[in-house]
Design a protein around this ligand. Structure first.
Ligand SMILES: CC(C)(COP(=O)(O)OP(=O)(O)OC[C@H]1O[C@@H](n2cnc3c(N)ncnc32)[C@H](O)[C@@H]1OP(=O)(O)O)[C@@H](O)C(=O)NCCC(=O)NCCS
Length: 154
């Protein structure tokens, strides 16, 4: 629940038996490389153990999702992993802009967005797995802003 509470209410909870298999077969694989691009995150020291995931998707309202197993939080892993995925979205998939959202109060997730140069646009009502969260922060990052942020780093 530590992780899933931050996710949109469309994620079933309590997680049903066989849910992972069902997610992979019916929600992930049919769209992979077409309208969704999903990566597993692995430590170089343990390349067979999945510790998290990032997904980007064609959508008018939310182009990215991510999560990381709790014991790996706060080590900069998501900040590191987001970089090549964002580059792929803008440079290879040619996104003009990306919209990101997170539950209002999910500061870690918001911080990841800030660090990639995304602009806070406002709040909107959204249902999350945890009903404590009722609003989402909406962020936007255009390709031009992304390229500018890259040029400032070099
Ligand atoms: C969001 C999540 C992926 C962050 O992963 P992570 O690897 O811990 O993130 P990083 O370590 O790369 O960076 C986290 C940033 O948040 C900051 N942070 C940590 N705790 C914080 C807090 N309580 N309040 C504000 N910022 C916080 C960190 O300081 C860091 O920023 P900094 O580099 O400027 O110091 C992880 O917490 C997670 O999986 N959460 C549950 C699922 C989730 O929320 N997914 C996103 C849904 S939109």
């Amino acid at each position: 629940m530590t992780i899933i509470r931050h996710l949109a209410a469309r994620v079933p909870w309590p997680y049903p038996q066989g849910g992972v298999q069902d997610f992979i077969e019916t929600h992930l694989l049919p769209y992979q490389g077409k309208s969704n691009w999903c990566w597993g995150l692995f430590l170089k020291s343990a390349p067979k153990d999945l510790i998290g995931s990032i997904e980007i998707r064609l959508s008018e309202t939310d182009n990215r999702g991510f999560w990381l197993a709790k014991k790996y939080w706060g080590k900069g892993y998501m900040t590191e992993a987001i970089e090549p995925v964002t580059a792929y979205a803008f440079k290879d998939l040619n996104f003009d802009k990306m919209i990101f959202t997170n539950a209002k109060g999910n500061h870690r997730s918001g911080r990841i967005k800030e660090k990639t140069g995304a602009r806070f646009k406002g709040l909107k009502p959204v249902n999350f797995v945890d009903p404590y969260y009722t609003e989402a922060e909406v962020w936007e990052l255009t390709k031009d802003e992304y390229l500018l942020s890259l040029s400032k780093k070099t």
